[in-house]
Design a binder for this molecule. Sequence first.
Ligand code: DON
Length: 584
Amino acid sequence: MRKLQCTLVLLVASCAHQGLVPATPYGRSADLNSSYEAKGAGGVAVATQGRYATDAAFEILRRGGNIVDAAVAVSMVQAVERPHSTGLGGGGFVLWGKKTAAGGKVEAWDFRERAPLAAHSKMFIDLKSGKAVPELSRYGRLASGVPGMVAGLYEFHRANGKLPWKELLSPAIRLAQDGFEVNPELASALEGKSDILGANAAARAIFFHPREPRVLKEGERLVQSDLASTLKVIAGEGKDTFYKGSIAKKILEEARLSRLLITRSDLHRYKVKLRPVLQSEFRGSTIYSMPPPSSGGVHLLQILNTVERAPLEKWGILDSRSVHLVASAMQQAFADRAQFLGDPDFVKVPVAELISKEYAYSVQEKIPLDRARPVSEVRAAPFRAPVESDDTIHFSIMDSEGNAVSSTQTINGHFGSGIVVRGTGILLNNEMDDFAASLSGANLFGAVASSRANFVEPGKTPLSSMSPTLVEKEGRFVMALGSPSGTRILTCVTQVLLNRLVFGLSPAQSVAQIRYHQQWQPDQIQVDEPGFPAELKGRLEKLGHKVDTTNLGCRVQLVERDTESSSLTAVSDIRAEGSARVER
Ligand code: DON
């Protein structure tokens, strides 16, 4: 769904004339002053996937909060305004960068879902056929991991926030209580999952019309009273209510009635983890990104390193040589992902090797410039194998001092498992689908496994592609960005970095630019529709690439700080709902 109007208030930006400069595949000017970009001389830049979320960020900042407080408020509001994408029943990652006179630090917070203790590697396999049954990991009682959202936001705030926790939840409580008009994107998600939502009485009570047997439509009001009450309890009691107190009790009652795997000890033992941040130099910038259990940071850096020495800017951005090389680097990254990536608490992931310049340059040398490599030719790296055996949100916030938050949060597919914990308004995730159910199947995003590294094990974290990323130049953070959309996240974020740091496009053009994706299997370059030049497609096909046109689904949220003037820019992807704003 594209942004068709300029209703989102921007302090500095005005509305673009649609189609005036059809510089983007979306028929909109990438040259700015439009509803998806804002600039300002200082203050704070916020880019989120919802208008209420951006409002909430500034409400909290005006009350004296810092950007960590704003990030918590945004997360809670997105849980209300994008219930198909994220929520208290899900989890996520935050990359937080702080700059002080004394120096700086970056922290990677992992509050992703964990497999319940009763989970095991054969749980999604049909015993008769021996094959994985995708529905089992996507919907219903087996699909949910133990949620981490509440613990993650609570602890992130406890360590780095300023205002009292309670205050941060008030915008979300208000929105859940008062309701809001269903926007086109939410309406289409509701329509797409009406059968799943209709099958669960608690979900039906929230998302269906009160008198008619159908989901709410665009323009109708979505009120989430149970969720408002749950948020109030969490505001008052903190995270413990979710894992040990009255909300935990309701989750366990739901587990009993719906035969979920989640138990009391799963909730009790949930732990937020601080992970070692990934870091690499790239053409004069330092890129920070999310380590395992995300595959995002590893492969984003791997792809950048692989193409670093090529004369991309000389070739041009939509030149077949550039697209061929970048897509081939993606192909190798996904072959490595299938082999090596998994929860680092369970499997040894050769992170340092995968993000090393040495490995990347050796891959570059193996990529022929005159032909595409078939899947069979692209083998995972020869590192010693470890001995051990459609939705999400992203937001980015940066202040003029260069403190930055980049966070991706999710319940995985639209409306997660489709199960609402009765009486709470909490939709449970279907993150168990991010595990590999077998060596032959593929998950919701077509990701495959060549090893057991990402097989289900009790307490293990499913592999993610979420890639919250920060960029530092001359000792200051200059960019914070990320995106939803499964395996495509890491290639979309990589391309925005290339557009900005190599091809020199403006922030808005970098986000609006057409994107492509290669994930080893299926053996094809998927190009974001519409507008991929036919001539380029022809050239790539001549090189032996299969080119498929599809909607990649990425919605990049980017904020930037200019090193010289300290002015700020916020860009919310032109392709969908969102709101970018810079305010003092
Ligand atoms: O962690 C992951 O990689 C996925 N669960 C993210 C899901 C997602 O981005 C869906 N978005 N459209």
